[in-house]
Design a protein around this ligand. Structure first.
Ligand code: 4AD
Ligand code: MG
Length: 431
């Protein structure tokens, strides 16, 4: 027997079908039952009539609790009144797996939902966001393949920090200590000397002390690194990549995005507009003049400042030239303004904050050593990285995007935890 997915059956539109899936909803009387069946592709109403399936089979219908798994054989028909426009008139059905009372309901606390994530995954909200996540990562990959970039898979265990020692997760490694990757940028930099333009996606770990709706301790960073590129080109590439991804996701998931409460037309229009680039100093001026916020030069923009700034824009904005003193050691000084770094962050509108962080890479080994020492780092751990400057060094630039931040923004999710299957945060690492 060949089973169709619900989506395939709807496409077929008429005739006999065999479907399998889970009970999404059920109601009915002792003669007639309505079961909404769900699979990974869609939902469809199925009508079980005692007169058609017979007394013995109908007796089984009492065991059709929400989330029981079943096989259904019947005839699919157009039915305007049914959600989705089709209905299956069941000829027989088999219960594959009975179900205890399913504990997940929409009125439960976030804590309970997170505690039972292995079951919450089946909710329409979460599975829709996860499908969009899958598409986003796929179209992003297609974008780079088309451009001739080479996929690069970095190590996850790394001997040193990249984005500041305070958020490293330590791992016992035989008799030594190593760390979970905080960013694979330093390895991407080694890669460009062989492959020139690389992209990839890798798990990334940060022991974040922040309990915000934007921070995970484990997330997936999509990074890009290009030889021969400077700040302007790299930040323009980030815009092009994200616009491509937003438009491709909107096209494929219009209905899903609507279900999640996103304004699809607004999202599409936003991806078709110009996305501005401003300098950090300009951002400070806007904060002061438009929002009455006095932020001194030399402070990194935190969530509050980012949110206030983005109230001035309805599209993503690249902010460049942050102060060197609050930037990672590898971000170079602007030769024209030694206290500014050749770096950028891209901030998303509607309160989604920083989605991209990128920069040129420093070629000044002495400066990098001084900055690392200031952070209390042992420079000997970075000799391999400094080597790259010794053997045919070239200017190069790159950026990292938090996949979950982008998915949360595109899907208009309330919390970044809704953009990853099993979120890890300061307070949760189970199940
Ligand atoms: O801005 P970040 O720290 O940049 C880097 O790691 C660079 N090494 C990237 C590069 O230049 N190649 O992180 C990049 C992005 C952020 O803009 C944000 O989207 C995401 O990673 N991110 C997080 N996402 C979820 N939870 C966290 N705790 C995150 N920290 C960063
Ligand atoms: Mg950043």
């Amino acid at each position: 027997m060949t089973f169709l997915t619900i989506q395939e059956a709807m496409k077929q539109g008429s005739g006999e079908v065999s479907l399998h899936g889970w009970v999404y909803r059920e109601r009915g009387s002792n003669k007639l039952k309505f079961v909404v069946l769900r699979d990974s592709t869609n939902r469809i109403q199925c009508v079980i009539d005692k007169g058609v399936v017979g007394d013995d089979n109908f007796a089984q219908a009492d065991k059709l609790q929400v989330e029981a798994s079943i096989e259904i054989h019947g005839e699919i028909k157009k039915e305007e009144r049914a959600p989705g426009g089709y209905e299956v008139h069941v000829k027989s059905f088999v219960i594959v797996g009975e179900c205890d009372q399913f504990p997940i309901r929409s009125d439960q606390s976030r804590e309970f939902m997170d505690e039972n994530r292995h079951l919450t995954l089946r909710t329409r909200q979460l599975s829709t966001a996860l499908k969009i996540r899958s598409t986003y990562l796929q179209v992003r990959e297609e974008f780079f393949i088309k451009k001739g970039f080479i996929r690069f898979d970095p190590p996850i265990l790394q001997p040193s920090q990249c984005e500041g020692g305070s958020t490293l997760f330590e791992v016992k490694y035989y008799k030594d200590t190593t760390y979970l990757s905080q960013s694979w940028q330093l390895y991407a930099e080694a890669a460009v000397y062989a492959l020139e333009r690389v992209y990839g996606t890798a798990p990334t770990f940060r022991a974040e002390k922040s309990k915000t709706s934007r921070h995970l301790s484990e997330f997936w960073m999509v990074e890009t690194e290009c030889a021969w590129m400077g700040l302007h080109e790299i930040s323009e590439l980030a815009k092009e990549e994200l616009k491509h991804c937003v438009l491709a996701v909107v096209e494929k998931h219009t209905e899903d995005l609507k279900f999640l409460g996103q304004d699809v037309d607004k999202l599409r229009a936003m991806a078709e507009k110009e996305w501005p680039t401003i300098k950090y100093r300009e951002a400070l001026r806007l904060l002061k003049e438009k929002k009455g916020m006095d932020v001194p030069f030399g402070k990194d923009l935190r969530t509050v400042e980012e949110d206030k700034l983005m109230e001035c824009f309805d599209v993503p904005v690249c902010v460049t030239h942050y102060p060197v003193e609050v930037m990672a050691f590898y971000k170079p000084r602007d030769p024209e303004n030694q206290d500014e770094a050749l770096c950028f962050d891209m901030l998303a509108p509607d309160g989604y904050g920083e989605i991209v962080g990128g920069s040129q890479s420093s070629m000044d080994v002495e400066d990098m050593k001084q900055r690392l020492e200031k952070e209390g780092e042992d420079c000997s751990n970075y000799e391999w990285y400094f080597d790259l400057r010794k053997y045919g060094g070239v200017p190069h630039s790159g950026y990292g995007i938090g996949a979950e931040r982008v998915v949360a923004w595109i899907c208009k999710l309330e919390n970044i935890k809704e953009a990853i299957p099993f979120p890890r945060t300061m307070l949760r690492w189970k199940p």
